[in-house]
Design a binder for this molecule. Structure first.
Ligand code: ATP
Ligand code: MG
Ligand code: MG
Length: 551
């Protein structure tokens, strides 16, 4: 195994362990349960859980659940499943930021008592106006100098539900002229009369992300709090809370660049829009950049982990090519997926010189390199090949079947096309071929046959549906639109092509959901987890055999 490159976070952890600053590292993955996880989250999961595993530490799964209006139990369940599917296990019980609401409230009261927080009655619009901007310092709120007693009273009444949503907020008293906007008296608590999936109706005020995150890290003894770069400007505030509260530990925040992947979107808000507007078949649609989508598409956890390792961890934003992810899944499936044959656009072939009623049981390896045993393919007078493997006027270099030409059937005989039968409109409906009985497992006498095509038995093959997936967007950057447009304008209308009446070799009849295969010459496929069952097989194309995008 190759030692992974020492990215900067690895180096920091290594140094902290070597210097004895920490004897064991504790990381956390802190999703907000407001949607399904996407490939960007996979990077964060691999990083947080991966570092803990690599250095003998632990990683927590903590739901950052301070915004009840957008959160749901369904998302919590899906997130837990995705983390485990990726191959990671959190330390102990799942944690929730809401577990700490009592402690956070008590700390807010301490800040008030210390004269470091106040209740502000400015409306959200007024507050924005008072805040100033990057070139202009803010102005102090007229409520900034309320007495401690008045603040304590108002805050308690906020909690008791006396005021409507948005009427008041609790703010830290820091510096309205600070160049860092996050330090201009940030909000600690908002009034929100909303039912919470964990705490029910206990609270009608909810702490802000900033007031919650660092303290939750401190409570859990997190040593390295790793987040994406957009939180860099929040770090001084993160530290302000830790410096001004009697927290049990002092975690440190480190930032890294988010993962952006071309031809897709990695934002829960946009993914939710695709679901809500019916552009896709749910969060786990195989075209989605969600972990559950990739899973349903046939991706493996190992391929996603390998991808996350390969792209590395840096502090500069970049867009990663989808081809890189596809490379990782091809590599994995090439090594590990059994081979099978499936004819996507069947054309009936009758081998006229093959004895009527005779059947040979041909045995083919399930994998060319790995020992996965054999599969049996009955060969008889009637078989199916793909329509595209016969052409009357072939382009140069065509190595498949042409009138009067020969081709080898994979794992079987060489056949020659003698005659095409057409219907009234001139469409080819059947091929009459003859076979050379002396070509099973050997080269034909006195001539070279270059092409090899796949096939399935006529009677014994099973009908199936095949879904060919392509990229969901036609633009490398889906957000690039005409003025006033939206990323939805760039949806690829051909991102799903459904083929019915396909024919799969008999060994595929027992495929169970999520079983993965290489369909020879066609690509990698998996049995669909929602719709496929014995007797009604549905296969999803995971990825083509080669990178054919744009060709
Ligand atoms: P979104 O914008 O999709 O809603 P988010 O950052 O708000 O993403 P969270 O649920 O808060 O989503 O994310 C949980 C963790 O995953 C955070 O630590 C966040 O920084 C990280 N994360 C989210 N998106 C990415 C990404 N594209 N690349 C790397 N890490 C990410
Ligand atoms: Mg977030
Ligand atoms: Mg978000």
């Amino acid at each position: 195994e190759i030692t992974p490159p020492a990215h900067f976070l690895r180096q920091i952890v290594q140094a902290d362990l070597q210097s004895g600053k920490h004897t064991r590292i504790v990381t956390r993955f802190p999703p907000e349960p407001n949607g399904y996880l996407h490939i960007g989250h996979a990077k964060s999961i691999c990083l947080n859980f991966g570092l803990a595993r690599e250095f003998g530490g632990v990683c927590h799964l903590r739901f950052d659940d301070t915004n009840p209006a957008k959160e749901e139990q369904e998302y919590i369940d899906a997130i837990k499943q995705d983390v485990q599917w990726l191959g990671f296990q959190w330390d102990g019980e799942v944690r929730y930021a809401s577990d700490y609401f009592d402690q956070l409230y008590a700390w807010a009261v301490e800040l008030i008592k210390a004269g470091k927080a106040y209740v502000c009655d400015l409306s959200p619009e007024e507050a924005r106006e008072y805040r100033g901007n990057l070139t202009q310092p803010g102005r102090n709120s007229p409520f900034r100098d309320r007495s401690v007693e008045e603040n304590l009273d108002l805050f308690e009444r906020m909690r008791a539900g006396e005021f409507p949503d948005g009427a008041r907020a609790l703010r830290a008293k820091i510096d309205m002229a600070a160049p860092n906007m996050n330090l201009r008296d940030p909000i600690l608590y908002r009034i929100r009369h909303a039912h919470h999936h964990q705490t029910g109706d206990k609270w009608c005020i909810y702490p802000s992300y900033d007031f919650t995150h660092g303290q939750s890290d401190a409570i859990e003894g997190i040593t390295h709090s790793i987040c994406t770069l957009e939180f860099e400007d929040h770090r001084p505030l993160y530290e302000w809370f830790l410096d001004n509260l009697p927290v049990p530990a002092k975690p440190r925040q480190y930032e890294f660049a988010r993962l952006n992947l071309n031809y897709t979107v990695t934002s829960k808000r946009k993914l939710k829009l695709l679901v809500d507007e019916g552009h896709v078949d749910g969060w786990d649609d195989p075209r989605m950049s969600t972990i559950s989508g990739f899973r349903r598409r046939g991706y493996t956890p190992a391929a996603i982990r390998e991808f996350c390792e390969r792209i590395g961890v840096t502090r500069s934003d970049a867009v990663v090519d989808m081809g890189m992810l596809e490379f990782c899944i091809r590599d994995d499936l090439d090594n590990n997926a059994p081979r099978a044959m499936c004819v996507l656009r069947p054309l009936k072939v009758t081998i006229t010189n093959y004895p009527e009623g005779q059947v040979e049981q041909l045995s083919l390896p399930r994998h060319p390199k790995q020992d996965m045993g054999e599969r049996i393919l009955p060969f008889s007078r009637e078989i199916y090949i793909d329509r595209d493997d016969y052409m009357v006027d072939p382009p140069k270099g065509y190595k498949r079947l042409v009138p009067g030409g020969e081709v080898r059937l994979r794992g079987s005989y060489v056949i020659r096309a003698d005659e095409a039968i057409t219907d009234a409109e001139g469409n080819i409906v059947e091929l009459l071929c003859s076979y050379d009985p002396d070509t099973l497992g050997k080269n034909p006498e006195g001539r070279k046959v270059k092409g090899v095509i796949h096939w399935v038995p006529g009677a014994e093959s099973v009908e199936c549906e095949v879904r060919l997936y392509d990229r969901l967007f036609t633009e490398s950057n889906p957000d690039k639109t005409e003025e006033g447009g939206s990323f939805l304008d760039n949806i690829n209308p051909d991102s799903l092509v459904v083929l019915t009446g396909c024919r799969a070799e008999p060994s595929l009849a027992s495929a169970t959901p999520e079983d993965r295969f290489q369909f020879e010459r066609e690509g990698y496929f998996c049995a669909d987890s929602k719709d496929s069952r014995p007797g009604n097989l549905v296969f999803n194309r995971t990825v083509t055999l080669r990178d054919s995008w744009g060709q």
